[in-house]
Design a protein around this ligand. Structure first.
Ligand SMILES: [Zn+2]
Length: 201
């Protein structure tokens, strides 16, 4: 049974060299093979490993040969991009994660600097070292520079994705939580505000 992960050897070049005579029999029938090991996952190449190997074999007398000039020349053979196949999906996944993080943090910063009633804040707090998550809904901004929120009673112990729209307890017109409006960007910077959603988006 072939293992799920493993190493294999790839033949990356196989050429007939006609311009060099065999040191043994003088026939010009040298076969050059360039090989390289690669890691694979379910037979899909992930990443090449180790050094390239060059073997030189004479088809005339059937012997393996050491021809340093040929060896040096073929060690320059480029590794086929195919052997890096495994890098590609992880590269794009990482690029996507990075860009989506950046877009989210820009949006949160913008909303925290320009709060609007109806904004929903996804909050993180620690209780005895245990992370807790909850939602705040911004109800109004007053003349004293205060932002009045409604803290939904549901406290989550696990990471939460979005407010439960069917749960009526998440909606009220009576504020029970206050922050200074100017403190909101700082709460974002501290990581207490994990996300801010506007217009249900
Ligand atoms: Zn030979």
């Amino acid at each position: 049974m072939s293992p799920i992960f493993g190493k294999r050897i790839a033949l990356i070049k196989h050429v007939h060299v006609a311009d060099t005579a065999c040191p043994e029999c003088r026939a010009s029938q040298l076969q050059v093979r360039v090989m390289r090991d690669y890691h694979h996952f379910l037979s899909i190449p992930l990443y090449p490993t180790g050094k390239k190997m060059v073997t030189i074999y004479c088809a005339g007398c059937g012997s393996g040969q050491r021809v340093p000039a040929i060896r040096e020349k073929y060690l320059q053979t480029g590794t086929p991009i195919l052997l890096y196949t495994g890098v590609v999906p992880f590269f794009w996944m990482s690029a996507y994660a990075y860009l989506s993080d950046k877009a989210t943090s820009n949006r949160i910063q913008h909303y925290a600097n320009n709060p609007q009633p109806g904004d929903v804040y996804k909050m993180k707090a620690f209780s005895n070292g245990t992370p807790m998550f909850f939602f705040l809904r911004l109800l109004k901004l007053d003349e004293d520079g205060k932002a009045h929120f409604y803290l939904a009673p549901a406290i989550y112990r696990h990471h939460i994705r979005s407010i439960d729209k069917k749960d009526k307890r998440n909606y009220s017109d009576i504020p029970n939580w206050t922050y200074l409006r100017t403190d909101l960007p700082e709460k974002v910077a501290d990581g207490i505000v994990m996300d801010i959603r506007r217009n249900g988006l």
